[in-house]
Design a protein around this ligand. Structure first.
Ligand code: NZQ
Ligand code: ZN
Length: 393
């Protein structure tokens, strides 16, 4: 077991009509001029944006707006947001949307509070000294950005998708009404469930410092998400299933399911980020498409964890050798992905990278990882290429 620090200062306001609290929560954080940041329009169409503005009006809090965040959020809009926030004297950023909007809000918040080009943070040539306070009204259970320290931004030039994390950026509050996720397309619901699972799986498949209580929380979380993702596939309006998934989304990525271990593996995420940068695929779908190939490439180096996962999470009977059981667990996970219409290969994801593009993906991934990545198995550029090739079916 490794030493760890666990500090998640985000206030969670969870349940029906929670968004009515928004104005009060901003006021409690001493926000006086808010930048409301949102995506491509779902919050306009659902009427949520109007309700948020009303809630701010009721507390006499001034605001400006910037919509247009796209999935795989772009650096150019972050720059626009920084300019707008500086010009308007904004002192609080309110993200109304999903992971992309929240990550864009975090990047803007960094850009306002730090000198120089914010992209330097994402290139890891500079570290942040501060960040404007951020609040979140969450509309999709997926990325976990509502309580995480991370932000992931895509620079259009070179299609580079890069992550930066610091404690400054953990949101001050996250308003989470599961009903708000009921307008999601089924595909996005499934992508979200996949991402939530992966945030715990990344921390679970390690070779270092595993802790019984952490494993039990992780396995319970994964079983819960799998069960409720299947319910939502058939009954997308099921409130309780929405709520189970939404809360799992936060717990999965706020570091709880990694306490006591070596920091996790995160290779699948690093491999996927390059796919998102180059092909603009949905993050969760990209993860489902790469995971099976990653798992088959690494499982022998992390056999006890894969065996345990098969039995405790996927319900495989431990009848044969550990290796047979582990492989059955990987197959069961891929069957689950298919059952919620998620892809398990590049072909099913709808991308057909050329040989040269596979090499480019692997090269960029190794750069983003600083040369190597992983705990289940440490991967170098040639391993990354081998996994991309396995997925290219
Ligand atoms: O833009 P709008 O119109 O709102 O539409 C969005 C978008 O098209 C739509 N949507 C969201 N809520 C909706 C809705 N449509 C109808 N009804 C609603 N209630 O869903 C689409 C996807 O939204 P997005 O914000 O992109 O989804 P997600 O939360 O999955 O975020 C993905 C991004 O988060 C990053 C990913 O890499 C990706 O860029 N991640 C961020 C992490 C973090 N900050 O900690 C960790 C993750 O591993 C991940 O990398
Ligand atoms: Zn993710």
């Amino acid at each position: 077991m490794y030493n760890f620090q666990y500090y998640v200062p985000t206030r969670v306001v969870f349940g029906k009509a929670a968004e009515e609290e928004t104005g009060k929560q901003v006021k409690a954080q001493n926000g006086t001029k808010v930048l409301i940041h949102y995506g491509g329009g779902s919050v306009v169409r659902s009427g949520l944006l109007d309700r948020i503005k009303k809630s701010l009006d009721e507390e006499q809090i001034a605001y400006v707006e910037l919509g247009g965040v796209m999935p795989n959020p772009r650096l150019s809009l972050v720059y626009q947001g920084i300019d707008l926030a500086k010009k308007e004297g904004v002192d609080f950023i309110l993200a109304v949307g999903g992971g992309s909007t929240i990550d864009s809000a975090k990047a803007i918040a960094y850009g306002v509070a730090n000198e120089g080009d914010v992209w330097e943070l994402f290139e890891h040539t500079k570290t942040a000294n501060a960040c404007l306070p951020i609040g979140v009204v969450l509309t999709i259970a997926a990325a976990g950005s509502e309580t995480s320290s991370d932000s992931v931004i895509t620079k259009e030039e070179g299609n580079a998708k890069r992550a930066y994390g610091s404690e400054y950026a953990r949101p001050k509050f996250a308003i989470m009404n599961p009903e708000l996720t009921m307008t999601l397309p089924d595909y996005q619901t499934a992508c979200g469930c996949t991402d939530i699972l992966m945030h715990t799986m990344e921390r679970y498949f390690t070779n270092g410092g595993n802790m019984e209580i952490t494993d039990s929380i992780a396995e319970g979380l994964m079983r819960t998400v799998i069960k409720n993702a299947k319910i939502l596939h058939d009954h997308p309006q099921d409130y309780d299933a929405r709520a189970e998934v939404m809360w799992s989304g936060s717990l999965s990525h706020n570091d709880l399911t990694g306490c006591g271990n070596d920091g996790g593996d995160f290779s699948s995420h690093m491999l996927e980020h390059e796919m998102g940068g180059m092909y603009d695929v949905a993050h969760g779908a990209g993860l489902a498409a790469i995971w099976g190939s990653w798992a088959r490439y690494v499982y022998q180096d992390c056999l006890p964890r894969f065996q345990r996962f098969a039995v405790n999470v996927m319900g495989v009977l431990a009848e044969g050798s550990d290796e047979e059981t582990a492989l059955k667990g990987i197959e069961a996970m891929e069957d689950f992905y298919r059952s919620i219409d998620m892809p398990t290969s590049f072909g099913e994801l709808g991308i057909t990278p050329t040989e040269e593009e596979l090499k480019e993906l692997a090269h960029k991934c190794s750069i983003a990882c600083g040369g190597s990545q992983g705990s289940a198995k440490v991967l170098y550029e040639e391993d990354m290429l081998a996994i991309y090739k396995m997925a290219a079916r």
